[in-house]
Design a protein around this ligand. Structure first.
Ligand code: ADP
Length: 238
Protein backbone atom coordinates (compact mmCIF):
# COMPACT_ATOMS: atom_id res chain seq x y z
CA UNK A 1 0.00 0.00 0.00
CA UNK A 2 1.28 3.46 -0.87
CA UNK A 3 1.46 6.27 1.63
CA UNK A 4 -0.65 8.47 -0.60
CA UNK A 5 -3.06 6.93 -3.07
CA UNK A 6 -4.89 9.00 -5.63
CA UNK A 7 -7.60 7.49 -7.78
CA UNK A 8 -9.68 8.95 -10.56
CA UNK A 9 -8.68 12.46 -9.55
CA UNK A 10 -10.45 15.06 -11.62
CA UNK A 11 -10.43 18.84 -11.35
CA UNK A 12 -12.29 21.24 -13.58
CA UNK A 13 -12.17 25.02 -13.51
CA UNK A 14 -15.34 25.91 -15.35
CA UNK A 15 -14.89 24.34 -18.75
CA UNK A 16 -11.14 23.76 -18.29
CA UNK A 17 -10.22 20.19 -17.37
CA UNK A 18 -6.99 20.56 -15.37
CA UNK A 19 -6.95 16.93 -14.16
CA UNK A 20 -8.80 14.39 -16.24
CA UNK A 21 -8.90 11.38 -13.87
CA UNK A 22 -5.42 10.69 -12.50
CA UNK A 23 -4.40 7.51 -10.64
CA UNK A 24 -1.17 7.84 -8.70
CA UNK A 25 0.52 6.22 -5.72
CA UNK A 26 3.35 7.74 -3.74
CA UNK A 27 5.22 5.07 -1.81
CA UNK A 28 6.76 5.30 1.64
CA UNK A 29 10.36 6.56 1.46
CA UNK A 30 10.51 7.38 -2.23
CA UNK A 31 11.32 10.53 -4.18
CA UNK A 32 8.76 10.68 -6.96
CA UNK A 33 8.98 13.20 -9.78
CA UNK A 34 5.95 14.61 -11.61
CA UNK A 35 6.77 16.24 -14.92
CA UNK A 36 4.81 17.53 -17.87
CA UNK A 37 4.56 20.53 -20.18
CA UNK A 38 3.12 23.84 -19.04
CA UNK A 39 -0.59 23.55 -18.34
CA UNK A 40 -0.48 19.74 -17.97
CA UNK A 41 -1.92 19.84 -14.44
CA UNK A 42 1.12 19.53 -12.16
CA UNK A 43 0.32 22.52 -9.96
CA UNK A 44 -3.35 21.57 -9.81
CA UNK A 45 -2.36 18.08 -8.65
CA UNK A 46 -0.33 19.62 -5.82
CA UNK A 47 -3.08 22.05 -4.97
CA UNK A 48 -5.65 19.25 -4.71
CA UNK A 49 -3.35 17.10 -2.56
CA UNK A 50 -2.56 20.00 -0.21
CA UNK A 51 -6.20 21.04 0.13
CA UNK A 52 -5.95 24.35 -1.74
CA UNK A 53 -8.52 23.07 -4.25
CA UNK A 54 -11.28 20.51 -3.77
CA UNK A 55 -11.35 17.89 -6.52
CA UNK A 56 -14.32 17.69 -8.87
CA UNK A 57 -14.21 13.88 -8.57
CA UNK A 58 -11.92 11.13 -7.35
CA UNK A 59 -10.36 10.06 -4.09
CA UNK A 60 -7.20 10.75 -2.13
CA UNK A 61 -6.22 8.41 0.71
CA UNK A 62 -3.37 8.81 3.16
CA UNK A 63 -2.21 5.62 4.87
CA UNK A 64 -5.59 4.12 4.12
CA UNK A 65 -7.71 7.04 5.42
CA UNK A 66 -9.86 9.06 3.03
CA UNK A 67 -8.58 12.65 3.01
CA UNK A 68 -10.38 13.81 -0.14
CA UNK A 69 -11.34 17.47 0.06
CA UNK A 70 -9.90 18.13 3.53
CA UNK A 71 -8.89 21.74 4.19
CA UNK A 72 -5.25 22.79 3.85
CA UNK A 73 -4.62 23.04 7.61
CA UNK A 74 -5.97 19.52 8.14
CA UNK A 75 -3.77 18.14 5.37
CA UNK A 76 -0.73 19.83 6.88
CA UNK A 77 -1.61 18.46 10.31
CA UNK A 78 -1.64 14.86 9.14
CA UNK A 79 1.90 15.26 7.85
CA UNK A 80 1.72 16.31 4.20
CA UNK A 81 3.91 19.40 3.92
CA UNK A 82 4.98 21.61 1.09
CA UNK A 83 7.65 24.20 0.54
CA UNK A 84 6.70 27.70 1.54
CA UNK A 85 6.93 30.39 -1.06
CA UNK A 86 9.63 32.79 0.01
CA UNK A 87 6.99 35.45 0.67
CA UNK A 88 5.77 33.35 3.57
CA UNK A 89 8.97 33.86 5.56
CA UNK A 90 8.99 36.96 7.76
CA UNK A 91 11.46 39.14 5.86
CA UNK A 92 12.23 41.47 8.77
CA UNK A 93 13.07 38.67 11.22
CA UNK A 94 16.23 36.62 11.49
CA UNK A 95 16.71 33.23 9.89
CA UNK A 96 16.51 31.59 13.32
CA UNK A 97 13.34 33.46 14.29
CA UNK A 98 11.63 32.40 11.08
CA UNK A 99 12.33 28.72 11.75
CA UNK A 100 11.44 29.12 15.42
CA UNK A 101 8.05 30.62 14.54
CA UNK A 102 7.34 27.83 12.04
CA UNK A 103 8.26 25.19 14.64
CA UNK A 104 6.15 26.85 17.35
CA UNK A 105 3.22 27.20 15.01
CA UNK A 106 3.32 23.52 14.21
CA UNK A 107 3.70 22.57 17.84
CA UNK A 108 0.43 24.31 18.58
CA UNK A 109 -1.28 23.13 15.43
CA UNK A 110 -0.42 19.52 16.10
CA UNK A 111 -0.51 19.81 19.88
CA UNK A 112 2.53 17.68 20.55
CA UNK A 113 5.44 18.02 22.94
CA UNK A 114 8.19 20.28 21.66
CA UNK A 115 9.37 18.42 18.63
CA UNK A 116 12.48 17.15 17.02
CA UNK A 117 13.87 18.70 14.98
CA UNK A 118 14.66 21.87 16.90
CA UNK A 119 15.16 25.10 14.92
CA UNK A 120 18.93 24.72 15.40
CA UNK A 121 18.89 21.15 14.10
CA UNK A 122 16.90 22.25 11.06
CA UNK A 123 19.29 25.10 10.33
CA UNK A 124 22.25 22.73 10.61
CA UNK A 125 20.56 20.29 8.28
CA UNK A 126 20.12 22.88 5.53
CA UNK A 127 23.54 24.43 6.22
CA UNK A 128 22.33 27.84 7.43
CA UNK A 129 23.55 27.52 11.03
CA UNK A 130 26.21 30.22 10.58
CA UNK A 131 23.62 32.61 9.12
CA UNK A 132 21.09 32.17 11.91
CA UNK A 133 21.24 35.85 12.92
CA UNK A 134 20.95 37.18 9.35
CA UNK A 135 17.80 39.06 8.43
CA UNK A 136 15.86 36.69 6.18
CA UNK A 137 14.65 39.35 3.76
CA UNK A 138 18.11 40.41 2.67
CA UNK A 139 19.57 36.96 2.13
CA UNK A 140 20.53 35.84 -1.36
CA UNK A 141 17.91 33.84 -3.23
CA UNK A 142 19.71 30.49 -2.86
CA UNK A 143 19.79 30.82 0.91
CA UNK A 144 16.13 31.83 0.97
CA UNK A 145 15.32 28.57 -0.81
CA UNK A 146 17.22 26.66 1.87
CA UNK A 147 15.31 28.60 4.51
CA UNK A 148 12.09 27.64 2.72
CA UNK A 149 13.08 23.98 3.02
CA UNK A 150 13.83 24.41 6.73
CA UNK A 151 10.43 26.05 7.24
CA UNK A 152 8.68 23.20 5.46
CA UNK A 153 10.55 20.64 7.56
CA UNK A 154 9.58 22.50 10.74
CA UNK A 155 6.07 21.12 10.29
CA UNK A 156 7.59 17.63 10.64
CA UNK A 157 6.03 16.26 7.49
CA UNK A 158 6.07 12.58 6.61
CA UNK A 159 5.60 13.60 3.00
CA UNK A 160 6.95 16.76 1.43
CA UNK A 161 5.72 18.25 -1.84
CA UNK A 162 8.30 20.38 -3.64
CA UNK A 163 7.22 22.72 -6.43
CA UNK A 164 10.17 23.62 -8.70
CA UNK A 165 12.60 23.55 -5.78
CA UNK A 166 15.65 24.52 -7.85
CA UNK A 167 14.08 27.34 -9.89
CA UNK A 168 16.47 30.31 -9.86
CA UNK A 169 19.32 28.42 -8.19
CA UNK A 170 22.81 28.22 -9.68
CA UNK A 171 24.56 24.88 -10.28
CA UNK A 172 26.28 24.78 -6.92
CA UNK A 173 23.09 25.65 -5.03
CA UNK A 174 21.15 23.09 -7.05
CA UNK A 175 23.71 20.39 -6.21
CA UNK A 176 23.31 21.22 -2.53
CA UNK A 177 19.53 21.10 -2.76
CA UNK A 178 19.65 17.73 -4.55
CA UNK A 179 21.92 16.39 -1.83
CA UNK A 180 19.56 17.60 0.93
CA UNK A 181 16.39 16.32 -0.71
CA UNK A 182 17.98 12.91 -1.27
CA UNK A 183 18.58 12.66 2.47
CA UNK A 184 14.91 13.19 3.35
CA UNK A 185 13.73 9.57 2.88
CA UNK A 186 16.41 8.58 5.42
CA UNK A 187 14.61 10.87 7.89
CA UNK A 188 11.28 9.17 7.22
CA UNK A 189 10.06 11.77 4.72
CA UNK A 190 8.71 10.74 1.32
CA UNK A 191 9.07 13.38 -1.38
CA UNK A 192 7.02 14.30 -4.42
CA UNK A 193 8.61 16.95 -6.63
CA UNK A 194 7.23 18.74 -9.67
CA UNK A 195 9.54 20.40 -12.14
CA UNK A 196 10.12 20.62 -15.85
CA UNK A 197 13.90 20.48 -15.49
CA UNK A 198 14.59 16.93 -16.69
CA UNK A 199 18.22 17.11 -15.67
CA UNK A 200 17.21 17.84 -12.08
CA UNK A 201 14.57 15.12 -12.13
CA UNK A 202 17.08 12.55 -13.37
CA UNK A 203 19.37 13.38 -10.48
CA UNK A 204 16.61 13.33 -7.86
CA UNK A 205 14.04 10.73 -8.79
CA UNK A 206 14.12 7.00 -9.42
CA UNK A 207 10.51 7.12 -10.55
CA UNK A 208 8.78 9.63 -12.80
CA UNK A 209 5.16 10.32 -13.63
CA UNK A 210 4.36 12.32 -16.75
CA UNK A 211 1.19 14.38 -17.10
CA UNK A 212 -0.12 15.71 -20.38
CA UNK A 213 -3.42 17.61 -20.70
CA UNK A 214 -4.41 16.49 -17.20
CA UNK A 215 -3.84 12.78 -17.83
CA UNK A 216 -1.04 10.49 -16.76
CA UNK A 217 0.76 9.23 -19.86
CA UNK A 218 3.71 7.47 -18.21
CA UNK A 219 4.70 6.16 -14.76
CA UNK A 220 7.83 4.13 -14.05
CA UNK A 221 11.59 4.11 -13.54
CA UNK A 222 13.07 7.46 -14.64
CA UNK A 223 15.31 6.10 -17.41
CA UNK A 224 12.45 4.07 -18.91
CA UNK A 225 10.00 6.96 -18.78
CA UNK A 226 12.46 9.31 -20.45
CA UNK A 227 12.79 6.85 -23.34
CA UNK A 228 9.06 6.22 -23.65
CA UNK A 229 7.95 7.24 -27.18
CA UNK A 230 4.77 8.88 -25.78
CA UNK A 231 6.89 11.05 -23.50
CA UNK A 232 9.40 11.91 -26.22
CA UNK A 233 6.54 12.98 -28.43
CA UNK A 234 5.16 15.31 -25.78
CA UNK A 235 8.56 16.90 -25.20
CA UNK A 236 10.05 16.82 -28.67
CA UNK A 237 7.08 16.48 -30.96
CA UNK A 238 5.78 19.99 -30.24
P1 ADP B 1 1.08 23.08 -14.78
O1 ADP B 1 1.39 23.26 -13.34
O2 ADP B 1 1.43 21.72 -15.30
O3 ADP B 1 1.65 24.16 -15.64
P2 ADP B 1 -1.64 23.80 -14.03
O4 ADP B 1 -2.08 22.80 -13.04
O5 ADP B 1 -1.18 25.12 -13.50
O6 ADP B 1 -0.51 23.17 -14.98
O7 ADP B 1 -2.81 24.10 -15.05
C1 ADP B 1 -3.58 23.09 -15.70
C2 ADP B 1 -4.72 23.74 -16.44
O8 ADP B 1 -5.65 24.25 -15.50
C3 ADP B 1 -4.31 24.92 -17.31
O9 ADP B 1 -5.12 24.92 -18.46
C4 ADP B 1 -4.60 26.11 -16.44
O10 ADP B 1 -4.88 27.25 -17.23
C5 ADP B 1 -5.83 25.65 -15.68
N1 ADP B 1 -5.95 26.24 -14.33
C6 ADP B 1 -5.12 26.03 -13.31
N2 ADP B 1 -5.51 26.70 -12.20
C7 ADP B 1 -6.64 27.36 -12.57
C8 ADP B 1 -7.55 28.24 -11.89
N3 ADP B 1 -7.38 28.56 -10.60
N4 ADP B 1 -8.60 28.73 -12.60
C9 ADP B 1 -8.79 28.41 -13.89
N5 ADP B 1 -7.98 27.58 -14.58
C10 ADP B 1 -6.92 27.07 -13.95
Amino acid sequence: MGTLEISGLRKQFGGVVALAGVDLTIEEGEILGVVGPNGSGKTTLFNVITGVHKPTAGRVTWRGADITGLAAHAISRIGIGHTFQQAMAFPGLSVFENVQIASEHCRHARNEAYPWPSPDALLSFVGLQDLRREIAGIMPFGNLRLLGLALALASRPTMLLLDEPAAGLNDKETAKLVDLVKQLPGHGISVCVIDHDMNLMQRLCRRLVVLDFGSKIADGPTAEVLNDPKVLEVYLGG
